[in-house]
Structures are given as structure tokens and as C-alpha cells.
Design a binder for this molecule. Structure first.
Ligand code: GLY
Ligand code: MN
Length: 466
């Protein structure tokens, strides 16, 4: 797929200038991040907002948009002969910047002077909250702001403008997201084929990552490949799969333009689920449908989350693990015993899109507060949905022994949770499925051209596929 034209970047910057109105917008690109010594680096990942406005996928750049004088400059150093000897030929900084419609480049050392000049003229310097130590040091050098105060002093007008632009995906962005989702589906199909007794989690993760790398993609986030699915982010591969277990995969690709896919799958390690597992899996599919049936412009995502929570409490009551009114159980927060995270999150250039700019701004409307209550506090997305929003839907059902013990000891939600019966379920582990959605003008659709297995029959078929 072709990279975006320079007009895309010019239009994005022009829109940003209009929205913020005045001052100097400062963007710090990411540098190389050392693993254990300077030249042994992690996979390079550009900052997503830098990438969104400047397209440039190289380390060690910064950029400034002076709204008041309508100038745009990318700061960076040309490669030395040593760099080229070790890293190979690259176009000049000027050539790279021309591709995104910027003709003005300067050495990195000039950035401090540029910022100081703007400050001396009384211009507001807009910057984003830093999430890397190197940026905190850089901001301190440039602006004299203590790292501990930088997040609070970041520019709200810049954050809000960027969030609003990046939250609304364009058709060309959707194409890239769908390409990432398609590769993500292949990663999951590899896991369905690989999961069987005697195989290690690491071996499945290797198959999953092969499907990703071999299609010129990189992981959008660390792969979760585990038989301990009750741990929401289990990033270690420690176990060998055993008959009778549930294997959970949460994995996704980012395409070469860095747009992400994010999917989860749960499957039996044996050929079939046990009757108990199948019952919980099917209840989970019901919660998924309860959530997704409601997706449309104008519907708060919080509503979809609550629909899933109510459906979960109804199902748990039928099974005998909950009691009382399911609606009350859901709205009280008791549902979080089995579903302690949010229904989903925005997705785009970041798998949790713009989490570095603040979930409060990305997933919540202006003035809408995020709850601090266990369960509700993990709802990353709550706001009314709008056409162009791209997000995940990932309800799960988890039996977390430590949470069961803690809440039981604290007598939490004793009107709703049947603790005596729950004891026998402590070894169940957990399961979830996850798909990626786009809000359209009149509804919602699943992203991607390939279908990830969801029903029990589809799961069994995928396990047996060649
Ligand atoms: N895929 C990991 C997450 O959504 O947190
Ligand atoms: Mn996710």
C-alpha cells in the first residue's frame, strides 16, 4: 500500500494550526532506545503524533510549527559517513522532509535557539505530555520545566486538537488499519492451528509473530499467548499447554505505516471445550453481542460496556455464581469480579490510541469524569461514538483467584456474588475475544477483510484447518 501523499500531511498540519490558533507547536520525535548499551537498541518506533503530522519514520528529529508566522521546520542532523557505513544509505533530511511537504530543515542544535526566540517574543510554546525519559530531559533543557511538572503543563489546546483529529479516521487511514487487522487475523489463525497439548506458549507466540513479520509488519504490542488468561496482560511465555486448558491469544500487527490491529481469541487446547468451558464461552459471546448490537453514532460506549456487564450478570445468575437483580449487580460494579477491565479502547496509530495524551481526553467527553471505582476505572472509552471512531470490543470472563479471595474477605458485593459456589471455579482461568470496529454514518462495522473465528463451530474449524 502506498504511503500517504504530502498533501495529507500538509492538510493535517493546516487543520492543527487552525484549531490551536496561535503560538508555537513543539513536537519531539522519538530517539533510539538502548536495550543494554547505546548501540544495542530496541526496535525503533516513532512517536505517533510526530508520525501523524510529519510522516517521518527516522530517529532523532524534532519539529516546530510556528502558527503566528506560519512556518514549519523539521530539526535533525544529516547522517555522517560513520552513520552511513554502519546503517547504509538514507536520503538527506531535506529529501525526507520534502516528501511530507516541509522544505525548511535545520540542525537539531538550532532547536533551542528557535524555542528561546519564541519565548522572548512572548509566544506560547505548546507541547505534549512526555512519556520517555529522554523527552523529559529535552523539555527541561528547552523550557526549563521540571519533569515532574511537564505533564501538568502540557498544552491542553494542542492535546484536544490532536485528539479530535486523530479520533476521526479518514478513509485512507481505515485502509491501513484494515490491512493491519488482516495480518492480525492471520496471526490468530496461526495460533488456532498451533494450540494443542505439549506445545509451549513460546512456540505458539513464535508462529504468531512469524505470520506478522513475514508480511512486513511488526507487533503493535507485546503478544499475550497464555493458558493463564485470567491475568489480563500475561506477557511471559512460561507454560506448556495441557489437555483441558483454555489458550488465550491477544496479539496484533501494525502495518508499515504504523496503524494497528488488536485481536483476542480463546480456544480449547484439546479438540473441544469441556461443557463448562463451552457454557462460559457462549455466555461470553452473548455479552459480545449485547455490546456490539448497540454500536452506532450517538451511542455512548459506556452503554455498550454496561449492556455487556448486565448480560454477564444475567448469565452468571443462571449459572448460580451471582444473585439479585442483574441490572443492579452491573451498575453497582459487582460485575467487575468477572470482567475487571473496560469493554474496549480507541485504536489507530497506537494500539491504545493516544493513551500518552490522556485517556480522559481520548475516551471521555469534555467535562465527563472517569470513575475511580475498581472495574469502571479501567473503562478507557466511554464517550458517545462518532463516525470515524475506530476501537476494540473485548469483553472477557475471568476467574481471578486473588480477586475472589480479596473481595470475599472484604465482604464485597455479598448481595450479588455467590462466594461459596465461586470457590470451585478458581482454576477456570479466563477467556476473551476481541474485534476491531469502525463507526459509520449509520451504524458500525467490523474492520478487516478476513474473519476471525468467533463461534464454537468456527473455533473448532480453525483448529483443524491446515
Ligand atoms: N491488546 C492489549 C490491550 O488491549 O490492552
Ligand atoms: Mn485491546
Amino acid at each position: 500500500m502506498k504511503p500517504f501523499s504530502k498533501e495529507t500531511y500538509i492538510q493535517r498540519r493546516s487543520e492543527l494550526k487552525k484549531r490551536v490558533g496561535s503560538g508555537l507547536l513543539l513536537f519531539l520525535g522519538n530517539g533510539e532506545a538502548p536495550m543494554n548499551y547505546a548501540d544495542n537498541t530496541y526496535h525503533f518506533r516513532q512517536d505517533s503524533s510526530f508520525h501523524y503530522f510529519f510522516g517521518s519514520d527516522y530517529a532523532g528529529l524534532a519539529a516546530v510549527i510556528d502558527i503566528d508566522t506560519d512556518t514549519e521546520v523539521i530539526f535533525g542532523n544529516e547522517l555522517t559517513i560513520d552513520d552511513i557505513v554502519w546503517m547504509g544509505y538514507q536520503p538527506s533530511l531535506h529529501e525526507k522532509c520534502e516528501l511530507v511537504g516541509i522544505s525548511h530543515t535545520m540542525p537539531l542544535s538550532e532547536l533551542a535557539t528557535c524555542v528561546k526566540t519564541a519565548q522572548s517574543k512572548g509566544q506560547t510554546i505548546h507541547f505534549l505530555p512526555p512519556y520517555r525519559g529522554e523527552h523529559q530531559v529535552w523539555l527541561q533543557e528547552l523550557l526549563g520545566i521540571n519533569p515532574a511538572e511537564q505533564a501538568a503543563k502540557a498544552s491542553l489546546p494542542m492535546i484536544r486538537a490532536i485528539v479530535d483529529m486523530r479520533n476521526h479516521k479518514t478513509a485512507e487511514e481505515i485502509e491501513h488499519i484494515e490491512a493491519a487487522v488482516d495480518v492480525s487475523v492471520d496471526m490468530h489463525l496461526a495460533a488456532y492451528r498451533a494450540a494443542r497439548p505439549g506445545v509451549t506458549e513460546a512456540q505458539i507466540a513464535a508462529e504468531v509473530e512469524r505470520a506478522c513479520l513475514s508480511q512486513d509488519c511488526y507487533k503493535a504490542f507485546p503478544t499475550i499467548a497464555t493458558v493463564k488468561g485470567q491475568t489480563l496482560h500475561q506477557h511471559k511465555f512460561m507454560n506448556t499447554l495441557e489437555a483441558g486448558q483454555i489458550f488465550l491469544l491477544d496479539a496484533g500487527a501494525e502495518d508499515p505505516m504504523h496503524y494497528a490491529g488488536d485481536l483476542s481469541s480463546s480456544m480449547p487446547v484439546s479438540d473441544r471445550f469441556t461443557p463448562e468451558q463451552e457454557m462460559i464461552y457462549n455466555l461470553h459471546l452473548k455479552t459480545f453481542k449485547a455490546a456490539t448490537d448497540t454500536l452506532a453514532p450517538g451511542v455512548p460506549f459506556r452503554q455498550a460496556h454496561m449492556n455487556a456487564a448486565v448480560c454477564l450478570c444475567e448469565g452468571m445468575k443462571e449459572i448460580g455464581l451471582m444473585k439479585g437483580d442483574p441490572v443492579d449487580a452491573a451498575y453497582s460494579g459487582a460485575y467487575a469480579m468477572f470482567f475487571p477491565c473496560g469493554l474496549g479502547h480507541m485504536m489507530g496509530l497506537d494500539v491504545h490510541d493516544m493513551e500518552n495524551l490522556g485517556e480522559q481526553y481520548v475516551g471521555y467527553a469534555n467535562g465527563e469524569k472517569k470513575s475511580t471505582q475498581f472495574g469502571f476505572k479501567s473503562l478507557r472509552l466511554a464517550r458517545k461514538l462518532e463516525p470515524g471512531f475506530v476501537f476494540t470490543v473485548e469483553p472477557g470472563i475471568y476467574f481471578i483467584p486473588e480477586l475472589i479471595d480479596k473481595w470475599r474477605a472484604e465482604h464485597q458485593f455479598t448481595d450479588f456474588i455467590c462466594y461459596d459456589k465461586l470457590e470451585a471455579w478458581k482454576g477456570f482461568s479466563g477467556l476473551r475475544n476481541e474485534l476491531d470496529y469502525l463507526i459509520t454514518e449509520d451504524g458500525a462495522r467490523v474492520l478487516g477483510h478476513k474473519q476471525k473465528p468467533m463461534t464454537v463451530e468456527e473455533v473448532y474449524a480453525a483448529k483443524n484447518a491446515l
